[in-house]
Design a protein around this ligand. Sequence first.
Ligand code: SAH
Ligand code: SF4
Length: 389
Amino acid sequence: MPTDIKSLTREELEAQFKTWGEPAFRVTQLLDWLYVRRATTWDALSNLPKTLRAKLRENFSLEILELARKQGSPDTTQKFLWQLADGQFIESVLIPANPALYGEASDRHTLCISTQVGCAYGCRFCASGLDGWKRNLGVHEIVEQILAVERWSAAESSRLKVASCKLETAAADEPATCNLQPATDSRVVNNLVVMGMGEPLANYDNLIKALKILNAPWGGGIGARRMTISTSGLAPQIRKLAVEPMQFRLAISLHGATDEVRNRLMPVNKKYPLSELTAACEDYQKVKGRMITLEYILIAGINDSLEQTRPLATLAKRLYAKINLIPYNKVEGLPWVRPADEVCERFLAALEKLGVTAMLRREKGGDIDAACGQLRLKTERALAESQQP
Ligand code: SAH
Ligand code: SF4
């Protein structure tokens, strides 16, 4: 398999171009095509000499994510199911306004991206791991999720512009003269959360390289402080992340504040129990000096009793962390259910009384299977059924 062009950094491209005897400014042109204009074919790179395009085509692939399905309407949460070059499916979710869950309050767009096809960690409540792990995503497949969403968004806004232009010209009794091109340079994704399908820290090297490309001014241009990595608690990789020069935000999928509760939900807790996870987070916090977020899904009768609030608050204080409470999104075929709204509100109030910063996610993402992994699972299973003799 050839390397994909979007898995290379600027330095790597410069080194490659040097061996080809190509001037450095050609790299700038290429990067402009890839990350500003989001080109989808080699032929589109019209200001590069044909000979260079031929060399690129021979040596690299230029893979594009194909939109297989989309859920949600404009201005709400949009969920994209992408098909990869080998036929596998992954998901990304675009959330219009960031409700201050992972950073400062803002009206920006947050994109939730996947890092693996499936997941090996098998948390009992999660759709992503239900059919196991298939493979890691390549650097370019992580990067492409942002570009593909931005391509879609540019096409969508130009479609809307054309529609309104047609309306205006029709009203003015003139022949329709709309000739609008899709806006290619508009950026819609300002925040990234690595909380889609898969365990990001189990695909560590590809993740970090993809985030570097997405952070670089010549690439995605997204600030590292606007990138949140969520992990189920891989302690050694958390320590590794602590010494990365980039200032990512870190979120821990905790979901239980005692080993007893966590063991019931997350097999990974047997490998890295709370004592070890907490120690790694403490080290991370000391090195980075940044606030960690603890994710806590509320599941009825499992981890939503008020007894849990005390150990949870103790842990949060020890880690200088804030807590995001997320009412569980129902997954078809799994027995878990979301607690009543009053139960969630009471849990939040109890934490606040204990003096920790906590938020409760109140949006109704569940309507579109917003918990990642569900759209893929449904599609995979429907496809498998349709292919049965
Ligand atoms: N593997 C990483 C990142 C992907 S999961 C991790 O576990 O952190 C992203 C978040 O979605 C996690 O906090 C996960 O626990 C949560 N999640 C999974 N299934 C969910 C569901 N059905 N309802 C609500 N949150 C869910
Ligand atoms: Fe994997 Fe995260 Fe889902 Fe657990 S919650 S199965 S680690 S994607």
